[in-house]
Design a protein around this ligand. Sequence first.
Ligand SMILES: NC(=O)c1ccc[n+]([C@@H]2O[C@H](COP(=O)([O-])OP(=O)(O)OC[C@H]3O[C@@H](n4cnc5c(N)ncnc54)[C@H](O)[C@@H]3O)[C@@H](O)[C@H]2O)c1
Length: 265
Amino acid sequence: MQFNDKTIFVGGAGSSAPGWSIGKASCVVLARLGARIVAVDRSLDAAEDAAREVRKAGGTALPLQADVADASAMAGAVAQATRKYGGIDVYIANAGIGKMGGVAETDPTDLHHIHQVNVQSLLIGSKLIIPAMLKRGGGSIVTVSSIAGIRYVGYPHLAYSVTKAAVIHFTRMLAQEYAEQGIRANTVVPGLIDTPRIQANVARAYSESASADAMRAARNQQVPMRRMGSAWEVANAIAFLASDGASYITGTELVVDGGITGKFN
Ligand SMILES: NC(=O)c1ccc[n+]([C@@H]2O[C@H](COP(=O)([O-])OP(=O)(O)OC[C@H]3O[C@@H](n4cnc5c(N)ncnc54)[C@H](O)[C@@H]3O)[C@@H](O)[C@H]2O)c1
């Protein structure tokens, strides 16, 4: 797992609250392995925070503001990245959003917006980044789904779940289309991960009071390993799939969930 002289474009590189998100931890893990990081986030502060952590770890990073669902903003980010580093070797599609609720609580406009950010962004990013990868003779794409994309997770999270299912199949299709041209594409499927955003978004699904402590204890208890995963444990899986260590792996998923999807209930 080495990325010496490789450029890695991370979409959704920051954290939506202070602490370690999957994107930010991935930037640091990949930089420690020698990669140059293009840290892209809809929030410039979040992108700069990720870039600062990369530099603290001794790496190189270019923070850029772009919404991954906005084709012209992404075109600008890809152009800046290729201008600065000469190309892109790896694309990590980590940005993801959701909204709690099932059929009754989900408006078509909610589903549309969540689909734009979670799925349409993959088409936008792939169209822009794959040509840059082909110029380098190939590359690797890692998308980030969720176990909500393969299971019902115990509370209604409709728009998030169906779009995360689409992330998996989009990636399988990408893998087939570009295998012969030297581009691999795989999905990491995180389980219950203790990142800052779950405190804000998920606590209400576990208790009326939306207590972060109650939510954390309940999520820990659900997992066979009796703990949520950390952002670092997901970042390590992302780094593996992105690297030449996974050179014969394409069109598949790596579930990082402490055993929860293998469980009866
Ligand atoms: N935390 C979990 O338990 C968990 C579990 C399974 C999957 N995931 C997935 O992992 C990924 C990261 O989750 P996290 O908990 O670390 O999230 P997070 O919300 O802390 O970080 C996501 C980052 O993406 C950015 N972002 C969001 N929408 C964007 C857009 N349209 N354009 C550019 N940037 C955008 C945010 O600003 C934020 O900095 C998401 O795709 C999420 O669905 C998380």
